[in-house]
Each structure stands twice: as structure tokens, then as C-alpha cells.
Design a protein around this ligand. Sequence first.
Ligand SMILES: *Cc1c(COP(=O)(O)O)cnc(C)c1O
Length: 392
Amino acid sequence: MMPVKKETGYIHGHEDKERHYGSLVPPIYQSSTFTFPDAESGEARFAGNEGGYMYSRLGNPTVREFEERMAKAEGGEKALAFASGMAAVSAVLTSLLKSGDHVLVSKGVYGCTFGLLSWLYDRFQVRAAYISMENEADLEEHLQPTTKVIYVETPINPTMKMTDFSLITKFAKEHNLTVVVDNTFASPYLQRPLERNADVVVHSATKYLGGHGDVIAGVAVGNFDFMEVVRKNAQKDMGGVLGSFESWLLLRGMKTLAVRMDRHCSNAKVIAGKLKNHPQVESIFFPGDPDFNQYYLAKKQMDQPGAMISFTVKGGKEAAFNMMNRLKMIAIAVSLGDAETLVQHPASMTHAVIPEAEREFMEIGDNMLRLSVGLEHHEDIWRDLEQALTGE
Ligand SMILES: *Cc1c(COP(=O)(O)O)cnc(C)c1O
């Protein structure tokens, strides 16, 4: 029976009918190579005329199981797993771009994606324009004859600004561009860009998909033809593949994706409301806040507004640092999507590489903190935040 609801799809999907001695959970195929029953079979597998595994860089049953579950979760034809989110991003971008090409990129993309594009410029003259993508005129203004890709993160770190999928996919279609979306902040439970006409989705599976802060992994999802190009070139020959144990951890993480996301989101809603009313807090950046300027866009294209909240405190950087240092339960750490609530200071941590003037233009002030709301009881999360904000 095929699952109808996404919650069921995250849990079922075990394709292996043999079920290995009846084990409920698929085993971890911790094997680098696979034996062939005879020489002819080896030849047929390498020629692509026979199914079956050959060598784990070219495919592994545990990894394949995770890939299939991700393809279903995003509503795509084929998924490929990678050793990190950046391995997925770099595999997709190097498969789409060649020397001299141009990319339209969300202003404020993940720091290492910015780093990758700078390196692609230095080595291969791939050029990128970092733009707000707020309206068609902005896209039109930066479009060039060599533009091939629109690369989007939405909601984006740490200001939670969003990009309207209907706007960029329509523009992309008119100009024959490929739309790539980094869906890490939302997870497929909250947002499915492929269903909204994007072409490729990438994730840092390190975050909500794994969900327990114990694995570094990435995944990309798209149509068969494109993903086959990625597999043959970027995966087989560049080699940033995911291991079977990490894939198994992600399969385990995905089983609880729906229940975790529901709790992350309900906690975030409570915490955002309390932060907003705290006298030490200047402003909050949260797509679920009715005063957030893209509140209705979040309603339109996300099932729930997520569990990432940024906020600014009164008193500048010093007040922000004092607040972080007073926290007793909430950990000071980058990354997100874990059971533990995490806080970080974008200006000196995740966005430290961005020049100060540019950071200010992006509205990433020295007094901004970013919170990844965890799975603890919201009263305990708030108690810690409140005592740290009040400073008594
Ligand atoms: C963490 C992150 C990445 C990079 O993923 P890794 O697994 O750390 O390589 C890319 N994009 C976003 C939005 C992220 O948060």
C-alpha cells in the first residue's frame, strides 16, 4: 500500500521485500564493494544493463533507501545524497554552470555558498549577482545573456526574508533559467519548492532532516535526466558521496520529521510572541509574526512558518553578548534544527565573513541574535531566555 499522507511517507518506504531476517529497520550496508555472481554479471552491471550494486561510491542500498525517501518527501523524481550540504550545493552548481555563466543569487545566501561562488568566479569566471528578488524589475535589471540559474534560499538566514516562488519560476520559465532552492530552513514538511515549479532542491540534511545534531549530510532532488548528470559527473567522479551509517541516521531522523517539526513550530510561535513583548527586545524577524512584512507570503507557500527566529536586543553588541552568556540551558552554537535550542550571533559567527557595510545593508546588526527553537518544553525555553534578557 502506497502512503497517501506525507507523515506516513517519512516512515514507510522500505523497498527491500526480503526484510533481512524480518528486521523492521533496514540494515546498514557497511560494505565498500559488492560481489558479482559471475563475470558476465559484473560486465552487465558496469554496462548499465543489469541492476544491482558494484561499489559504494556508485551506489549503496542504505544510501539509496534514504535517497528514495527524500525524492518522495520533496515530490521529485530522483534524489542523491552527499557527504554534506555543501557537497550537494557544489555538485548541483558545477553540474549546471560552465565557465563564463552567470547566476542570480538571493542576497544573503549561506556563507559557504557565497564562498563557493567566489571560488567558481576566481577559477572559472562564473559570475553571480546577489539580489533581493523582491519583484520582477529586480530580476530583469540583473538578467544577462549568460544567466543560467536562479539560486534561492527561502526563508533566508538570519533575516527570514522570503522569495515568492510564483515570481521567480515564472521569470525563469520566460528566460529559460534553472531554479535551484536551498530548502534547509523549512524542510520538506513545511515547504516543497518542486511542487511550486522549482527545478532542483538542495538541503543541508545536517539540520532538520537529521534533526539530532549527530550527522553532517546533504541531499539534492530533481528530475531524472538532470540528477543522472549530477550522479555521473559530480557524484561518481568528484566523489562527495554519503556513507551508509549517515544515511541510516537520516532515515531514522526522517521518521520523526513531522512530529518534530510540529513541536518546533508550536514552540517557536509561543517564543516569538513572548520575545516580541519583552521590553529588552527591539524587534523580531519571524515569518509567523502577523507584523512581519512577508507574513502573507509565508502563509501562501509554507505549511507553517518554521522555527527559526531572529531578534535584536536593546543595548547593542554588548547587551547581545551578555544575554548569550547568561543563558543556562540554551547552547551557544551555530547549526539548527536540533532537539536542543541553539542561539548564535550572526554578525560575529555565521555572517562574520561579510564586510560590515554589506552586513548593515542586509540588516544584520551587531545586536541581532538567531534562535533555533528546539524541542524542550516552551516554558523552560522561555524561562531561560527571560532570565538572560532581564539579567537578574
Ligand atoms: C548548514 C547549511 C548549509 C551547509 O550544509 P552543511 O551540511 O553544513 O555542509 C547550506 N545551506 C544552509 C541554508 C545551511 O543552513
